[in-house]
Structure formats: structure tokens, C-alpha cells
Design a protein around this ligand. Structure first.
Ligand code: CDP
Ligand code: CDP
Length: 216
């Protein structure tokens, strides 16, 4: 079985993807972490985000692996480092480069060949798993998504205003929606769930109803 989950930042994709994967004994693949790893490598290696060739060269050398929730890049754990606001900001710079997307999409498709997967991202239902058994598009009001992110940042001791977070989320969503390669789009065959005001459990239950209903 293949489950594709797409949607804007903070919609709850990764939290819910992990839960669904656990329920159905499937593997979860966090494709956003892969794009984040490339941005992190560029920052670490002093690469220039204006120089596409630089970024492609760095991406081609990046070996990204997962161990449960932990993320490794070139054999170094980067689980926490790839979640900083700086990396978040630069991730959409690398994610709009065609060669970077082709490279990562190839790896994601190869992974899905050998595993029953729940994958979350922006182009999963459209590009990575166009024949997925289930496609979901999770969305939520931008202020609620910003509040969710603020809570996470507060817990990590990172001080940022709700307005600033909402502005950054909007900027990143715009970049993701308007790029030419693998943009964030709501596929016609995706089940759309507005998660505004809904708990993680409520969203998970709604998705399980679709999956279990179709399997019954
Ligand atoms: O957790 P959040 O939704 O904030 O971000 P993420 O899923 O970790 O993705 C970070 C960034 O990676 C996104 O804003 C996109 O620019 C990019 N991305 C992408 O282009 N395609 C994907 N399949 C997944 C992420
Ligand atoms: O992956 P994505 O950026 O779509 O979102 P996430 O990282 O799964 O969720 C962002 C934050 O919102 C997490 O701290 C979740 O626990 C929280 N969340 C929530 O409070 N209620 C939901 N219905 C979904 C997510």
C-alpha cells in the first residue's frame, strides 16, 4: 500500500503520516527532511544559494539516510539541525532546482518500490507516487499553522512572534506553490482535509475511515 500526504507547512502532515504508518505497519518517509538536508549541506559547506551549479554538486554528493525519527546526512546525525528557521528558509531555495528535485524524487520512488510507504511532502500525489492507493491533502488556516509552529519553537527555546512565523510560512507556501518543478498542488483525486480546529487524533481517525472503508 502507498499513502501520499501533501499540504502546506504546519498542516500536520509529518505527525499524522508517522501515526498512520505505525497503525498500518508501514514505513514513513519524510521527504521534506531530504530537501532540508540539502539546504543544511549548502549552509555547512559554505555553498552559495545563488549558484545553482554549486547546489547541484553538493546535492549529488549528499547521502541521506533515516533511522526511525533520526536523520543522517553523509553519516552525520542532522535530526535537529535541519529544523532550524535558517534551514527552513533556505530549503525552498534548493527545492525549486529541477536537478535537485529529480535526484531526490528518484531516491523516493526507489524507496517506495521496496516498501509499503506513507510519504509526506508537496509533490507526493502528483510526482512521486502518482498511483498511490490513497492521496490526502491536509490544510489549515495559516494562523493556526503558525500557532502550532510557535509552540514547537517555544519548546526549543526559540523566540519568534506569531506574526513573523505566519509571514515566513506564507512566503514558503508561496514559493512552494509557484515554482515550476514539483509545485505544491491539490490533486483532483486527493481527499482534502481541513485540519483547522481538529486534533491530531481527529484527523488521523478521519483518514483511517477512508483507508479502512476502501479496504473493507
Ligand atoms: O514541516 P514543514 O511542512 O514546514 O516542511 P517540510 O515538509 O520539512 O518541507 C520543507 C520544505 O521542503 C518545503 O517548504 C518545500 O520547499 C520542500 N519540499 C519539497 O519541495 N517537496 C517535498 N516533497 C517536501 C518538501
Ligand atoms: O509536517 P507539517 O509541517 O505539515 O506539520 P507537522 O510538523 O506534522 O505539525 C506541526 C505541529 O502542529 C506539530 O507540533 C503537531 O503536533 C501540531 N499539530 C496539531 O497541533 N494539530 C494537528 N491537527 C496537526 C498538527
Amino acid at each position: 500500500m502507498q499513502v501520499a500526504i501533501d499540504g502546506p507547512a504546519g498542516a500536520g502532515k509529518s505527525t499524522i503520516a508517522k501515526k498512520l504508518a505505525a497503525v498500518y505497519g508501514m514505513t514513513y518517509l519524510d521527504t521534506g527532511a531530504m530537501y532540508r538536508c540539502i539546504a543544511h549541506c549548502v549552509l555547512n559547506q559554505g555553498g552559495n544559494f545563488e549558484n545553482t551549479d554549486d547546489i547541484i554538486r553538493i546535492a549529488e554528493k549528499a547521502a541521506i539516510t533515516f533511522d526511525g525519527d533520526r536523520v543522517f546526512c553523509n553519516n552525520k546525525e542532522v535530526t535537529e539541525e535541519i529544523r532550524t528557521p535558517l534551514v527552513s528558509r533556505h530549503t525552498s531555495d534548493v527545492a525549486c532546482i529541477r536537478e535537485v528535485r529529480e535526484l531526490l524524487v528518484r531516491q523516493q520512488k526507489a524507496y517506495a518500490k521496496d516498501h509499503a510507504v506513507v510519504m509526506d511532502g508537496r509533490d507526493i500525489g502528483s510526482v512521486v507516487l502518482p498511483d498511490a492507493d490513497f492521496k490526502f491533502f491536509l490544510d489549515a488556516d495559516v494562523l493556526e499553522r503558525a500557532r502550532r509552529r510557535k509552540k514547537e519553537l517555544d519548546e526549543r527555546g526559540i523566540v519568534k512572534s506569531l506574526e513573523k512565523i505566519a509571514q515566513e510560512i506564507n512566503q514558503r507556501d508561496d514559493n512552494d506553490r509557484n515554482r515550476e518543478e514539483g509545485p505544491l498542488i491539490q490533486m483532483a483525486d486527493a481527499i482534502v482535509i481541513d485540519t483547522t480546529g481538529k486534533s491530531i487524533e481527529q484527523v488521523c481517525d478521519a483518514m483511517r475511515k477512508y483507508i479502512d472503508g476502501a479496504k473493507a
